[in-house]
Write a protein that binds this ligand. Structure first.
Ligand code: BGC
Length: 245
């Protein structure tokens, strides 16, 4: 079975049909830049355009960079604040005339890694940290997702962790890979102390450049890069849609 997965991000909205047997994209992904300001109306219109582009039947899954509870957006750390309180499922459903499912983007990436990638067949406690514009996390206990963990918002050095160790901080502050790798290491050590996982998977944009900072990681738990790289969000969103198929 193939379903459409769409990853809504701060800079781009990307989608593709995903084969759920293999976890592979069936065609090139289709990307449209995220409109500015990224208000609910504009983002929903853009995402609906991606749905029309593929014309694939069935429910559509969306990964979204915020906490979603029962279809409603609850937080807005890196998105337009006007999203708070919006029932994304209802609004997107109306705009696309489809059954839609919304999940947190890091939870989507984690679902993809657990099913097809670096976390495949791994039991115990697994945490995926996606390092991008912000830091997203997803937590699995014996393969079951504990949703909306938001460990990117733990406190580190008097500020929220994602403002210290996200990939965007490396770029904005012009940090070397070593300097930034040291920050990532501090973050992962803190995460390790808090939840004592059996495996940490590093995902997000930074996972493409893992070898540039992996030598900085001294955390006393197995750490591996995500395998699905920047496709994990799309693949996980399609997996989420399967719950409505
Ligand atoms: C948000 C998370 C999201 C992460 C990555 C954070 O700022 O609070 O919900 O998963 O960014 O996009």
């Amino acid at each position: 079975m193939s379903l459409l997965g769409i990853d809504i991000g701060g800079t781009g909205i990307k989608g593709a049909p995903v084969c759920l047997e293999t976890g592979r994209l069936e065609t090139e992904r289709f990307r449209i830049s995220t409109p500015r300001p990224a208000t609910p109306k504009k983002v929903i219109e853009t995402a609906a355009e991606i749905v029309r582009h593929f014309d694939l039947q069935g429910p559509v899954g969306f990964g979204f960079p915020a906490v979603i509870k029962h279809g409603t957006v609850r937080t807005a750390a890196n998105i337009d604040p006007s999203w708070i309180g919006v029932n994304a499922v209802e609004r997107m459903g109306k705009a696309t005339s489809r059954t839609v499912v919304f999940v947190n983007d890091a939870d989507a990436a984690g679902m993809a890694e657990m099913r097809y990638g670096a976390g495949r067949s791994r039991d115990g406690v697994v945490v995926i940290a996606t390092l991008g514009t912000g830091i997203g996390t997803s937590l699995f206990v014996d393969g079951a997702l504990v949703p909306s963990t938001e460990f990117g918002h733990i406190e580190m050095k008097g500020r929220v962790a994602e403002k210290y160790a996200a990939e965007s901080v490396r770029k904005a502050k012009g940090l070397s890979w070593e300097e930034w790798g040291g920050r990532v290491n501090e973050y992962l050590c803190r995460l390790d102390e808090l939840i004592r996982p059996d495996l940490i998977i590093v995902g997000g944009g930074a996972s493409n450049k893992y070898e540039k900072f992996s030598s900085c990681l001294t955390v006393d738990t197995e750490v591996v890069p995500a395998r699905m790289r920047n496709q994990a969000g799309i693949i996980g969103a399609a997996l989420a849609a399967q719950t409505a198929a």
